[in-house]
Ligand binder design. Structure first.
Ligand SMILES: C[C@H](O)[C@@H](O)[C@@H](O)[C@H](O)C(=O)O
Ligand SMILES: [Mg+2]
Length: 438
């Protein structure tokens, strides 16, 4: 990398898509989600090198993320990329521990979403500067180089640097075999596109049939608002997909602990593989209680798990059977790598949350990293896929017969077309002006 490459400016865009108009993305807690992003553009002193990153949000509040990103950006603007990434864990520390802004978190909520957006853009810039897709950049690092990127703080009672090094070293010799396998067949995925809460029974049936014809083997249904509706809808999906394909349900934090146990038992006849976010994302002990009561149905969570420390507790308490990292909620690849390593150490498969806007584009890289360099297994692993908004990306995700295919373009895949920014920037984009002037 050219050591003089310097970040000269950070622009942030409030980007919102009116997905709530057709109930795309709806669940038991989010009835009108407008999939949105606080979108970061890092310019440099080289006109052909720009870094793009985002964090995912739901409409109102995107402006708060934009404000937090603008505050944090001063920590990276004016810096040389080589300095930022050579001691990457120190860069992360600087962002997460601003002595005034950390009062707003620390490492949770809006400030952490902002950290994710900025660091996602730094990783994009690094990968572009090296001319590699992000997953390949990370997998080509030596175990020692990779360790230098990871945010290990507060993890030592679950994962030490030495244990992390051992995991990475043990995978070194076979990385190339797994990379070749992914290039050939991709990483298994599941679809949520047919199961949104606001969809009619007919639409669910039709979308399930179409997904089946496209080769999908795993399906997720939104539940939690009304038990009779859930039973009817689960029966429809089971009937269409048959007895053997996997069915998962997602309650998006709707239940009390005892209520979750009872509700899941009433759905158990539909042969569920996992129940996702059954209760508050901060209730690690509650998740453990639910997990014990509903086994062999697994508990999955993570999309609103605020940081690596929460993941640590969920793993220590045997509260989850599936670890659902999110690419934009915690501190980017740096924090995610720590969670992947902890999940490997505790023997829990990582099945990332995706969908939203840009999350599939991101997750595509993360599952490649996990399979090649960390988890090194495909057993019980599937990454979420949702078929919305990919047309806005310059390098959209490629999915073939229910599998994510490895991205080929340099970077971390979050660059959005200029025309899409002009249409969906809030509130002055063309599409919003049409709506707001009515
Ligand atoms: C509001 C969103 O669409 C959520 O419902 C979604 O992220 C969901 O929890 C999922 O697992 O895909
Ligand atoms: Mg979910």
């Amino acid at each position: 990398m050219d050591p003089t490459l310097t970040i000269t400016d950070c622009k942030v865009v409030d980007l919102r898509f009116p997905t709530s108009e057709e109930a795309h993305g709806s669940d038991a807690m989010h009835s009108d989600p407008d999939y949105s992003a606080a979108y970061v553009v890092l310019t440099t002193n080289q006109s052909d090198l720009t870094g793009f990153g985002l964090t995912f949000t739901l409409g109102r509040g995107t402006d708060l993320c934009v404000g937090a990103i603008e505050q944090l950006a001063e920590k990276i603007v004016g810096k040389q990329l080589s300095t930022l990434v050579e001691s990457f864990s120190e860069t992360v520390h600087q962002l997460a521990n601003d002595s005034q802004l950390r009062w707003l978190g620390p490492e949770k909520g809006v400030v952490h979403l902002a950290t994710a957006a900025l660091l996602n853009a730094v990783w994009d810039l690094w990968a572009r500067a090296e001319g590699k897709p992000l997953w390949k950049l990370v997998c080509d690092l030596t175990p020692e180089e990779l360790l230098r990127c990871i945010n290990f703080s507060y993890l030592s009672n679950a994962l030490t640097k030495e244990q992390a090094l051992e995991i990475l070293q043990a995978n070194e010799a076979t990385k190339a075999v797994r990379e070749a396998e992914l290039l050939e067949t991709g990483f298994p995925a599941y679809t949520t596109s047919a199961g949104w809460l606001g969809y009619s029974d007919d639409l669910i049936r039709r979308l399930c049939r179409e997904a089946l014809a496209d080769g999908w083997e795993h399906f997720k249904l939104k539940v939690g608002a009304n038990l009779e509706d859930d039973r009817r809808r689960a029966a429809i999906i089971r009937e269409v997909i048959g007895p053997d394909r996997k069915l998962m349900v997602d309650a998006n934090q709707r239940w009390e602990v005892a209520e979750a146990i009872e509700w899941v038992k009433s759905l158990a006849e539909f042969n569920l593989w996992w129940v996702e976010e059954p209760t508050s994302p901060d209730d690690a002990v509650g998740h453990a209680e639910i997990a014990r009561a509903i086994a062999p149905i697994g508990v999955a969570t993570g999309e609103q798990c605020q940081n690596r420390v929460m993941f640590k507790q969920l793993l220590q308490l045997n509260a989850i059977s599936f670890c659902q990292i999110d690419s934009c909620r915690i501190g980017s690849v740096n924090e995610i790598l720590g969670v992947l390593l902890m999940a490997k150490r505790f023997g829990v498969p990582v099945c990332p949350h995706a969908g939203g806007v840009g999350l599939c584009e991101y997750v595509n890289h993360l599952v490649m990293i996990d399979y090649i360099a960390v988890g090194a297994s495909l057993e019980n692993r599937v990454a979420e896929f949702v078929d919305h908004l990919h047309e806005h990306f310059v390098y959209p995700v490629e999915v073939k017969r229910g599998h994510y295919m490895p991205p080929q373009a340099p970077g971390y895949s979050a660059e959005i077309h200029t025309a899409s920014l002009d249409d969906y920037r809030y509130p002055d984009g063309v599409e919003w002006q049409k709506r707001l002037s009515k």
